[in-house]
Design a protein around this ligand. Structure first.
Ligand code: CU
Length: 511
């Protein structure tokens, strides 16, 4: 499928490209950085109606799927001046059904269907992946769109092409190899008028605003702090036109940011909503005791439990649901952070943010529209479809970017719910001045850090001063994950200080 080396190179090139642009082009540069590997050297053109990757030598196509040219779905923030959307993706495998040559749908709504009808909406970018299922030569052509795949030669060879569905109507897709269309290789592309109806109506916004966290505690005597959690299962918006049944603490992902000081007594009330299907619980990594509290908080729908613990050690800690299958509860959104401030608190900064990373394991492939379902097999074999900041695709790019002003110091509390993937947390275009390694606030922070490793069930704190206005991008520097939903914007208002960076040679720098 996608070639990781190419991706990495493309990502690096895009990031570099982003950095090289003068500030007035920051928007485009950021779009490029976000598109990064997603575009894998291939522009996913808004203007061009089609693009064809061209025929490949047969030698490169025999054997396993070798296209390596997936124009993966891209995304961005319309406010940032770009118009990429997730491509509507279909995968067709050639095969034999009832003695005829046919296309067979793979994945999503068309899975297993013979010559499936491909339904899209006007204006959508359509991506069609063709896989050779039996070894004869094939392609896919849509005449009216002047769109076609390469000829796939040899079993498991594949090809990908995309186009913008800007003509409404019904169009045949077929194999142009002599005789194949007549032999059965023909189906229908239906382009419906108007934009696809988004599912916002019946899907909740489960995204936790990264600015939604309590302020510093600083110096105060220790006290009993009551924490009220309600576990809520709800259909939430995963992406435009895509929903997932999340399991949450208080309806958002991540759960509430809990902030106490060392020595506090934390009294947790866990209520499980009466319309829940599952039992839920909570394990605080900040707690010492059986299950981090989970042993005392296994809570049936409609019930409430209480557990009390001492915040003995300062630090930034993950909490999560710990009801089996724990991985299932975590992937579905049941994680959050608790900060146990050291005596006197952390050094003051101008802005604090709360960001967590997790993965989603859906039956449907990344980018599929509709209601998606959890895939237990993918979960247990660690094959996620989505990587997410704060629970949804576009959570920190489209709906809730981080905002700051040039000259301010920014702190990000960053945790990984996971359940499985370690993050290489990085902000494109910035350097962390202070990193509280492994979430320890009792060890002096390390300084001048580019990328921080954060394991599942782990967290960190990064502080940095923003010297220059512009747009910065939060990523996991395992950048293939940016193609599967993982990106955030830090939008910084203020002067674009050319002394720090400008396009062109040094002697052209304005004083
Ligand atoms: Cu749970």
């Amino acid at each position: 499928m996608t070639n990781p080396v190419l991706l990495a190179l493309a990502a690096a090139a895009a990031a570099l490209f982003a950095c090289m642009f003068p500030a007035r082009h920051a928007r485009r540069a950021i779009a490029a950085a976000i598109g990064l590997a997603a575009m894998t050297f291939l522009a996913l053109p808004a203007a061009a109606q089609t693009h064809d990757h061209g025929a490949q030598p047969a030698s490169e196509q025999s054997g396993e799927a070798s296209s390596g040219e997936e124009a993966a779905p891209t995304r961005s923030d319309p406010a940032l001046g770009t118009s990429y959307h997730s491509a509507t993706t279909f995968t067709l495998r050639t095969g034999i059904a009832a003695g005829r040559m046919v296309y067979i749908g793979v994945g999503g709504d068309i899975d297993g269907q013979v010559n499936p009808e491909l339904m899209v909406h006007e204006g959508e970018i359509v991506q069609i992946n063709l896989i050779n299922g039996e070894g004869a030569e094939h392609d896919v052509v849509i005449d009216q769109y002047a769109a076609r795949s390469s000829i796939v030669v040899g079993k498991n060879a594949s090809s990908t092409f995309s186009f913008t569905a800007n003509k409404v109507g019904e169009f045949a897709y077929f194999c142009s190899i002599a005789g194949h269309r007549l032999a059965g290789m023909e189906g229908l592309l239906r382009v419906m008028p108007g934009a696809r109806e988004t599912m916002d109506m019946d899907a909740a916004d489960i995204v936790r605003d990264p600015a939604d966290l309590p302020g510093p505690i600083g110096s105060r005597p220790t006290q009993v702090v009551r924490v009220d959690f309600e576990t809520i299962e709800l259909k939430g918006k995963l992406d435009d036109g895509t929903t997932y049944v999340y399991w949450t603490f208080n309806g958002k992902v991540p759960g509430p940011f809990v902030r106490v000081r060392v020595g506090d007594t934390v009294q947790v009330h866990l209520k499980n909503a009466s319309d829940s299907v599952m039992m839920h619980s909570v394990d605080f990594h900040a707690a010492t005791g059986p299950g981090g509290g989970a042993d005392f908080t296994q809570t049936a729908p409609g019930d409430e439990t209480v557990v009390t613990f001492q915040a003995l050690k300062p630090g930034i800690y993950v909490y999560h649901c710990a009801t089996p299958s724990v991985a299932h509860h975590i992937t579905s959104g049941m994680y959050g952070l608790i900060l146990v401030e050291p005596e006197g608190g952390l050094p003051q900064v101008d802005r604090e943010f709360y960001v967590m990373q997790g993965e989603l394991y859906t039956v449907e492939t990344f980018g599929t529209k509709g209601d998606l379902e959890m895939d237990y097999d993918k979960l247990t074999s660690e094959r996620p479809e989505y990587f997410l900041f704060n629970g949804a695709v576009g959570a920190l790019t489209k709906s809730h970017p981080l905002y700051a002003n040039a000259g301010e110091t920014v702190r990000i509390f960053f945790g990984v719910g996971g359940p499985n993937y370690t993050s290489s947390f990085h902000v494109i275009g910035e350097i962390f001045d202070h990193v509280y390694t492994l979430g320890s606030v009792t060890t002096p922070p390390v300084t001048g850090v580019q990328t921080v490793t954060v394991p599942p069930g782990g967290a960190t704190i990064v502080d940095f001063k923003i010297d220059r206005g512009g747009h910065y991008v939060l990523v996991d520097h395992a950048l293939s994950r940016a193609e599967r939903g993982l990106a955030g914007y830090l939008i910084v208002d203020g002067p674009e200080n050319d002394a720090i960076m400008h396009a062109g040679p040094a002697d052209q720098s304005p004083e």
